[in-house]
Structure formats: C-alpha cells, structure tokens
Design a protein around this ligand. Structure first.
Ligand SMILES: Nc1ncnc2c1ncn2[C@@H]1O[C@H](COP(=O)(O)OP(=O)(O)OP(=O)(O)O)[C@@H](O)[C@H]1O
Ligand SMILES: [Mg+2]
Length: 589
C-alpha cells in the first residue's frame, strides 16, 4: 500500500490541519517534518481530505506547507520483556536513554533493550491450538514470570508449529512459529505492537471482583476497601495529599506489578518519583520496589496531547501484564490533567462543548477507561487483575465539577480528601463519612472477607462508621451549645469517635512502621478499639473525659509507631490495659 502523505494547511498550537493525498485512519499516527525535527502526531478527526492531528510535541516553528507522512498504524506501544523498572513518557520513550529527564523535540527512543538475553522456557507444545493471548513461553523478568504470548492483534485460531527450546534469546529472536487456518506460517519474536486506545480483550470472562487488595493503608483496607481488579478514585483539592496517598498505596499494596502514570503533574513531583522510587524496598519481598514498577511520566510542561496519550499507554501495559495472570496496580495522577487535555483539544476543534467546556462525551471516555480495569479469567483458567486508582483535582474543591461527577459514576471506591482534615493535619485526609467502597455491599466480598479476616468484620466496620457519624453530629452540637451545653455522655461518645479517628483512620505515611499496617495488625487494632468503644465509662465532667481519652489516644498511637507484638508494643498494650482498669472503671477491663 502506498504511504499517504500530506501538506500542513493550518497550525493552532498543537492542533494541526493536514491536507492528505490518500486514505487515512482515525487515530492514525503521522510524522510532520519541520525542516530539522520530525514531530509525531495522531489524527483526531478527519473531514473530507483534511486530517486534524494533535501533535505530541511543541509545534514551535512549524509552518503551513510542511510535509507530513502517515504511518499506517494507530498510536501503539511495543510490549515485551524488559519494561519493568523503566521510566517512560506517554509515548513509551525510554526516559533513561536520554540526557536530562525529558526528551528533546523529535527524539524517539526504543522502549526495550534489544541486546539483553532472556532465559526463555517454552510453555506451549507443538500442535497446540492457540489464539491471541495464549502463553507460548516464559522468561524471568525481575522475578516475575513474564509470559510470551500470541499477539493480541491476532484474530482466530492458530496451530503451534514450533517453539524454541529453553535457552537465552533476545527480544527480536524468533521463539515460535504458528500456522494459521490457511496454512501460512507466522514467525514470532518476544515483542508485539498493540494500539493503546482499544481495550485488550484476550480473556475468557470478567467476573465481579471480590478479593481484598491489601494496601496497608488503614482507612482504605478497613473502612473503604478496594479489591483486586477494583476501581477507585481520590478527589481532593490542591495539596490535600492525593499524591502522598497514591504513593503510599503503590509502595505497599499486594500487587505483582505497579504502574504509575504521572500525568501532567508538576515537573518537580515527577523528578521526586524518579528520585524516591529507586530506593524504596518492597515490604512484601524485601527487594527493590522499582523492580516491579513502571513509571510513565508526563509533566505539565509537556504538550497536552502527550499527557492524554500517557494514560492509555499505561493501561495497555497494565493489560499486557494482566494477561500473564498477574495482579497489576495502576495509578494515574492526575486524571483531571488528562481531562483538561481532552478539553483543550476539543475546544481547538471547535466542537460543541459539554459542561465546563469539557467534551460532550467526557462521561463515555472516563467510563470506557475505568472499564478497562478489572479482574479477568483467562482462557487457561488462570486469573489476572488490574486495580485502577486515579486522582482527581477538582477546581476549588468543587466535587460537582464534571470530571469528579463522571468518575464517581464509574469508580467503585471514593476516597474523598477534605481540605478541613488536611488543614488539621489529620492524614490521610480521607473524609471518613463521605468516602465509600461499594465492594462492602457485594455478597462475594463479604464472604471472602469473613474467611480472610473475621466472620463479623463488616459489622465491625459499620459500627466504626456509625460511631464516626455520631461523633461528628455531637461535635456540631458542642460547637453550637458549648462544652457544658451537652451531657457528659455526649463527650464520651465524641471522644470515642476521636479515638477511632486518631488510632485507626489517621496514619503517618512518613513513619517506617506506621506507614504500612498488615491486615492482621489492622484486625487487632480494630478489635481493641471497638472493645474500648463498647465499654461504659463513668466521668463527672467533660474535661475528665477529654484528658482520659487523650491519654488513651497517646498510648494507642505509640503502639502504632512500634513494631507489632514487639516488647515495646506489649509495654504500651500493658499501659493501656492499666489505664482502662484505672480510675474510671471501664466495664470490660
Ligand atoms: N499521609 C500523610 N502523612 C503525612 N503527611 C501527609 C500525608 N498526606 C499528605 N501529607 C502532607 O501534605 C502535603 C501535600 O500532599 P500531596 O502533595 O500529596 O498533595 P496533592 O493533593 O497531591 O497536591 P496537588 O494538588 O498539588 O497535586 C505533603 O507534602 C505532606 O506534607
Ligand atoms: Mg499531587
């Protein structure tokens, strides 16, 4: 097929109009020559012989009359062993292959190492019938069993004609030959190219997810649990702790693979990730966390179009690892910047705007994207998952703005960060009343959690929430009526909710011990705190209540900062029991 070419007829910032001389596809990639650099762009709309393309780089100096060449394929990524521990930009350029943190205009790098030899083990047998996603072989990628699969773009069934024997191969060595139904042989290496904007459907079914994904963050695991293959989002005004919370989750969640899409965040935050992540140790394996992490970074100083692409690049890589039967955790910070990129493009195209000038189909775009996450059963009976958590930065903290509203419709967990809690340094500033996890309502989750943690666990979680709600109502009454205006009992109820807040919900992301709470420890603390909350206390006035509970909170926090069940921890536990047995005669102790 001859290559379609074109001539630039208009440039409005990153939106370029090209008059084409042949057929082009929606979302096809093209390269525009600026007389020095070659700029990569993607078709976002075609009208007659005009293609409207978004350019992934600065269009500085680009003039009408410049020549363009169409690539004949859509925006795609190259998938294969060697992606773990890499830092890519939204177009999968390897950021470590360049000088400085960011690419020069017109620079593109190959995302995989072409020299490295991987220890390959065949999995398929000659004569096997295979289809897209079938496992042909396996290599060890930083201790993860990386499957070499039939390319996702293959349609129908194939017969395995040859699989290479165990041995060392590079990504471009031929490791398998398949025969299609017409008898044609197709040789495969360890790489495949996949368009990013379409979901990879190489799985059997996508049942409702139900297995707890332990994050080590108490306010999530206990009060708003997320599951393997679940979806959640973290809305929060400027500076309320979205990034810290997301990093905390990604550092310690029970996932095989972590993919972080830093989408449009400030450059210094991205540099922080690059500086911080390589040093982090995985609390589950003691190995470097970066070994199972991929970072996709686009900062707000890069053109909007590249940010927009980065979430799709990240999701496609996540789908690739999920097809290997792995548990993938995907994080995007912030999805608002992605939506802003959509808005800018839509406005430049002069499309009919939806609410707040976002594209009319924003809701569909967000829901399609979240819909790509999930828990899947593969054709070979194995399972894999993509758990997706995105942050949203609503302008002015307004949760009624379109990105928050549309995300709320599709994400099953809502971790709402609140300005007021952040101001009071009650971190993570997740609002304990408004936040939720819909998984708590799934019977399969209840059954799973009853076995995994305790039979009456969800009742306890609901009791904690009711007590928080009650505490909030009393705090409002005390605010209006004054400390003496309500009965002493009310103060007790209020301080019980403070105990829950300080000891269970708040957590110091920067303390080595407190930052990660394994589920067994969470269970112990919940039972301890609920026992205290269920106890009757006798006090004569509200200052007594406050002093007493402040003391309890102090001891419990020391427990949180001590290694679980260490001598130090047991010392505080003893001190707590003595306080409970002391002057105020708590009925249970
Ligand atoms: N769990 C936590 N423990 C201790 N401090 C925290 C915690 N969460 C947030 N902070 C504090 O709040 C600051 C801001 O957090 P962060 O950068 O995550 O906010 P953000 O919501 O991502 O901001 P932006 O809107 O600018 O992206 C952190 O630098 C830290 O000092
Ligand atoms: Mg942030």
């Amino acid at each position: 097929m001859p290559i379609t070419k074109g001539i630039v007829t208009g440039v409005v910032s990153n939106l370029v109009t090209i008059e084409v001389d042949g057929p082009v596809l929606q979302n096809e990639i093209c390269y525009i020559a600026t007389g020095g650099d070659r700029l990569m762009a993607e078709i976002i709309k075609v009208i007659g012989k005009y293609a409207y393309v978004q350019v992934y780089e600065s269009t500085r100096g680009l003039k009408v009359g410049a020549e363009a060449e169409f690539a004949g394929h859509l925006l795609q990524v190259t998938l294969g062993p060697g992606m773990l521990s890499r830092n890519y930009d939204g177009l999968q350029n390897d950021l470590d292959k360049m000088e400085g943190v960011f690419l020069k205009r017109g620079d593109y790098t190959f995302p995989l190492d072409t020299e490295k030899r991987w220890e390959f083990k065949p999995l398929a047998q000659v004569g096997d019938l295979v289809e897209a996603g079938s496992w042909l072989g396996e290599v060890d990628e930083n201790s993860q069993p990386h499957k070499i699969m039939v390319p996702f773009v293959f349609e129908g069934r194939y017969t395995v004609k040859r699989v290479a024997p165990a041995g060392q191969y590079t990504v471009s060595d031929k490791v398998a030959t398949l025969t299609d139904l017409q008898g044609n042989d197709i040789e495969l290496d360890m790489m495949q190219r996949v368009p990013v904007r379409k979901a990879i459907k190489a799985y059997q079914s996508k049942p409702r997810p139900f297995k707890l994904l332990e994050t080590g963050v108490r306010i999530i695991d206990i009060a708003n649990p997320i599951v393997e293959g679940g979806t959640g989002f973290i809305p929060g005004p400027f500076g309320t702790g979205k990034t810290v919370l997301q990093h905390a989750i990604s550092k310690q969640a029970e996932a095989d693979i972590v993919i972080m899409a830093a989408c449009g965040e400030r450059a210094n935050e991205v540099v922080e990730i690059f500086a911080e992540f390589p040093h982090l140790v995985d609390p589950h394996t003691g190995r470097k966390l970066m070994e199972r992490t991929i970072i996709i970074a686009n900062t707000s100083n890069m053109p909007v179009a590249a940010r927009e692409a980065s979430v799709y690049t990240a999701m496609t890589i996540a789908e690739y690892y999920r097809s290997m039967g792995l548990k993938v955790l995907l994080m995007a910070d912030s999805t608002s910047r992605w939506a802003q990129a959509l808005r800018e493009m839509s406005n430049r195209l002069e499309e009919l705007p939806g609410p707040d000038a976002f594209p009319m189909d924003l809701s569909a775009i967000i829901s399609n994207f979240y819909g790509r996450a999930g828990y899947v059963e593969l054709a070979n009976g194995q399972t894999g998952s993509i758990t997706f958590i995105g942050t949203v930065s609503p302008a002015g903290g307004n949760l009624k703005e379109p990105v928050t509203e549309n995300t709320k419709k599709v994400a099953r967990c809502f971790f709402a960060l609140e300005q007021d809690r952040a101001d009071k340094k009650r971190y993570p500033a997740v609002n304990p009343i408004d936040s939720y996890s819909k998984y708590l309502e799934y019977p399969e989750f209840a059954e799973y959690i009853a076995q995994r943690i305790a039979p009456n666990w969800i009742d306890k979680v609901n009791e904690l929430k009711t007590r928080m709600q009650r505490g909030k109502e009393i705090a409002e009454q005390i605010n209006i009526l004054g400390d003496d205006g309500v009965p002493v009992d009310y103060h007790v109820t209020f301080w019980k909710s403070e105990l829950i807040d300080f000891v269970i919900l708040q957590q110091d992301a920067f303390d080595v011990i407190d930052a990660v709470t394994p589920i067994e420890r969470q269970k112990y603390m919940v039972e301890l705190i609920i026992d205290i909350c269920r106890s009757q206390f006798e006090f004569t006035n509200f200052t007594e209540v406050m002093d007493y509970f402040k003391k309890l909170i102090h001891i419990c926090k020391q427990m949180n900062y001590s290694e679980f069940e260490s001598e130090k921890f047991k010392g505080f536990e003893q001190e707590l029991k003595q306080s409970l047995n002391g002057d105020f005669n708590a009925s249970k102790y």
